[in-house]
Design a protein around this ligand. Structure first.
Ligand SMILES: [Zn+2]
Length: 451
């Protein structure tokens, strides 16, 4: 540990202390004691910052006079005490600064509702386990909590079959690594008991939001990988600028509800065949459906309903299809499926400024649903931005009872359908690099339109 570094850290500490004093003065003037915020469980969360720092935050606990912060690297059972945070003077005792490679505690401060501790010297590609213990005046541990985060690249962009469980694991890891900016909701459960996730990127209380949904069509699952990678990229670069605003600025004001896999049962069928479905009765029905022998190109859900033919605009159009199949059957009535219900409810609940639908394939954008001139202008604002970024071409009038069609014509919400990949679905993973270059900024740029 060099002297120079210690000096720099002391300088930072002084600044922090000044902030803490100011905050405490404010709290005192408002007559608010710390115990007002005392919670019953610590609930640690971690948020990775740029470079090699992570902020550990936890709830203050009633009667706790200090908190022990423990850290273990790569192994859950090797905790070392790294700091004791005293509630009284909010000072931090640095317990150990041994090898240069081990993280050191840098500063601590009291935020309005939570205690925080910055840990620096975080190494890449390692899993960190964090434990915080609340200790009372007698030295008794009142309660404790642990969490972990992986400080490496999370979303795979080289795997051909990016699965429902890959996505689940990645959502959890992103949430643990970036607790402040990633909030997860479950908005539905499918017929085969898979969860439909809504990952909120940015400030979940932002006044404005957009929705980005992917894989409503099963075989188009590269779109799930794409939106997951978009999220990871923005989070990794959260304080960097995109068109003069940082990603943080953008998503603080306009959060994004990301439904990365709208049709997880269907994706599972396309990737693993009917055998991937857990329910015996669903499997039995699926085996009789048209397309049961060619499940790789499956588009529908596990009940043979093409979810993007399920919406309440022009529903008659699709009534010619009589029963469940790998694609093209819109169901007995509009919005009969758990997946389409979840999307409709999400839109009605969060009232997005716009919705981007990711599909595959063709490198094209559908954005003409026969809406009024005024509405079409709003759609073009969104689709034009995406066309400029991706270089994809516009397609002609689309009258199918799709989600985007319903959003634009029935809900007055600008929406378009972006088709990634050349000319096959599933899109071969070898195309991901190109798809990424075309689409990297689409989510951020779409949110920024409504800033
Ligand atoms: Zn599609």
């Amino acid at each position: 540990m060099s002297l120079e570094r210690t000096k720099v850290r002391l300088g930072e500490d002084d600044l922090k202390k000044r902030h803490i004093v100011m905050l405490l003065c404010c709290l005192f003037l408002l007559g608010i004691g710390k115990t007002v915020y005392a919670a019953s469980s610590i609930e640690i969360s971690t948020t990775k910052q740029l470079e090699d720092k992570v902020v550990v935050a936890w709830n203050p606990i009633k009667d706790a006079v200090k908190y022990h912060v423990w850290l273990s690297v790569g192994d859950e059972n090797n905790y070392k005490k790294k700091a004791t945070v005293l509630v009284e003077d909010n000072a931090s005792e640095i317990i150990s600064e041994t090898e240069a490679s081990t993280p050191i505690i840098e500063t601590n401060e009291v935020a309005e509702v939570s205690m925080t501790q910055v840990i620096s010297n975080i190494s890449k590609e390692k899993t960190y386990y964090v434990k915080v213990q609340a200790v009372d005046i007698n030295g008794t541990v009142l309660t404790q909590d642990t969490t972990s985060f992986y400080n490496g690249n999370i979303v795979s962009t080289t795997k051909q079959k990016y699965s429902y469980s890959d996505m689940q694991k990645d959502i959890k890891q992103l949430q643990q690594k970036y607790s402040d900016y990633v909030h997860v909701e479950v908005i539905g459960t499918t017929a085969d008991k898979r969860k439909i996730y809504d990952v909120i990127l940015g400030n979940p209380n932002a006044k404005k939001c957009i929705v980005v949904q992917a894989s409503i069509h099963a075989r188009e699952y590269m779109t799930s990988q794409l939106v997951m990678e978009q999220m990871e990229y923005y989070l990794d670069n959260y304080n960097k600028k995109y068109k003069k605003k940082t990603y943080k600025d953008i998503f603080d004001k306009v959060c994004v509800h990301v439904v990365a896999m709208s049709n997880p049962d269907g994706v599972t069928i396309s990737q693993k065949g009917i055998g991937g479905i857990k329910s015996a009765s669903l499997r039995k029905k699926l085996k009789k459906m048209h397309g049961a022998k060619y499940t790789t190109v499956w588009k529908a859900n596990a009940r043979g309903v093409d979810l993007n033919n399920q919406f309440n605009n022009n529903f008659k159009y699709i009534k010619k299809y009589k029963k469940g199949a790998y694609a093209g059957y819109g169901g007995k009535k509009p919005v009969s499926e758990a997946e389409s219900k979840a999307l409709v409810k999400l839109v009605n609940d969060v009232k997005p400024k716009a919705v981007v639908n990711y599909h595959a394939m063709g490198n094209v954008i559908y954005c003409n649903y026969g809406a009024s001139k005024k509405m079409q202008a709003k759609v073009y604002k969104l689709s034009g931005e995406i066309r400029d970024l991706t270089g994809y071409h516009y397609m002609g009038l689309d009258t199918a009872p799709g989600f985007a069609n319903w959003l634009v014509c029935k809900k007055g919400i600008p929406s378009c359908t972006v088709e990634i990949g050349k000319h096959t679905a599933p899109v071969p993973i070898s195309q991901f690099e190109t798809v990424w270059k075309q689409n990297k900024d689409v989510m951020a740029a779409s949110a920024r339109l409504y800033y």
